[in-house]
Ligand binder design. Structure first.
Ligand SMILES: Cc1cc2nc3c(=O)[nH]c(=O)nc-3n(C[C@H](O)[C@H](O)[C@H](O)COP(=O)(O)O)c2cc1C
Ligand code: SF4
Ligand code: SF4
Length: 257
């Protein structure tokens, strides 16, 4: 059983670890490691996707990976998609991509976990409850996967949500300016942002930090910077803005690539 995952702040990794406790043959495979591949062949009987929701949809990096994935017939496919508020049409988007290959998303499980988008951050007081309930949910999810039971996909398949997601993406990237990244004078050039970036979009130089133009919006750099020195456009940050899953460390994020 292969578990394909992507994570910026660790929620996917925490879920993968819980799944591994119950699904003994589960092998975690980071999606970021397949960036340069033209095709990914998978012959397993069961495949899982573990991914955050971005802009009420699956992240583009997960979309591009799914397009490259070659799956054998009758594979049981499930997804655990997590989100701060709503998965929007993420499950249905993934199912559409799979159906283009003659496959199907057989079961979908949504989990609410702290929102790392800063603009809609989950209050700190609500986070412990989310973290504590996740393992119980994953235990139930695992028993369904072991039985290969089909489960209706959560969220909506509405194309309108796709449009809303695109507007949300535009607003966050262009108006809030998450594409315009910079570092403050607090930066110590420690190199952590360069190492956590799953797509090698950051270079730390002796005298500055530069950002390229292939950002996948995972927000890893801003959250894992130990000096809180990264800023995205006009997105407001304060000492309560930052979030990383408490069971995950920066080296786990670095190990994705
Ligand atoms: C760019 C961006 C867009 C997001 N869009 C949504 C969204 O549309 N709906 C939602 O509920 N959460 C949204 N989130 C929150 C994440 O889905 C959520 O925090 C997720 O658990 C983070 O996973 P990770 O820790 O594995 O990176 C967004 C986060 C980011 C960074
Ligand atoms: S992680 Fe923060 S302090 Fe370290 S190099 Fe990057 S911006 Fe500078
Ligand atoms: S630049 Fe920052 S937000 Fe963009 S992909 Fe890299 S770590 Fe993620």
């Amino acid at each position: 059983m292969n578990l394909y995952y992507f994570s910026g702040t660790g929620n996917s990794i925490a879920i993968v670890r819980e799944l591994q406790k119950h699904l003994k043959d589960a092998e975690p495979l980071p999606i970021a490691r397949h960036l340069g591949d033209d095709e990914v062949r998978d012959d397993s009987e069961v495949i899982g996707f573990i991914t955050p929701t971005y802009y009420m949809d699956i992240p583009n990096i997960v979309r591009d990976f799914t397009k490259k994935l070659s799956i054998k017939k009758n594979t049981f496919i499930f997804a655990v998609i997590h989100y701060g508020v709503t998965p929007g049409r993420a499950f249905h988007s993934l199912n559409e991509l799979l159906s283009e290959k003659g496959a199907e998303l057989n079961a979908g499980f949504g989990i609410a976990l702290p929102d790392n988008s800063i603009a809609l951050k989950t209050p700190i007081r609500k986070q412990p409850e989310m973290h504590e309930s996740m393992p119980r949910t994953i235990e139930e999810v695992s028993s369904i996967i072991l039985e290969k039971r089909s489960v209706p996909l959560p969220g909506s398949s509405s194309q309108l949500l796709g449009v809303n997601g695109k507007i949300g993406s535009f607003v966050l990237r262009k108006i809030f300016g998450t594409e315009r990244k910079r570092v403050t004078s607090d930066c110590t050039r420690c190199g952590i942002c360069e190492r956590v970036c799953p797509v090698n979009n950051i270079t730390v130089h002796d005298d500055n930090v530069s950002f390229g133009d292939n950002c996948v919006n995972c927000f890893a750099c801003i959250h894992w910077c130990p000096e809180r020195a990264i800023r995205y456009g006009i997105l407001k940050v304060n000492n309560k803005s930052h979030y990383t899953n408490p069971a995950v460390c920066s080296t786990d994020i670095m190990a994705q690539k």
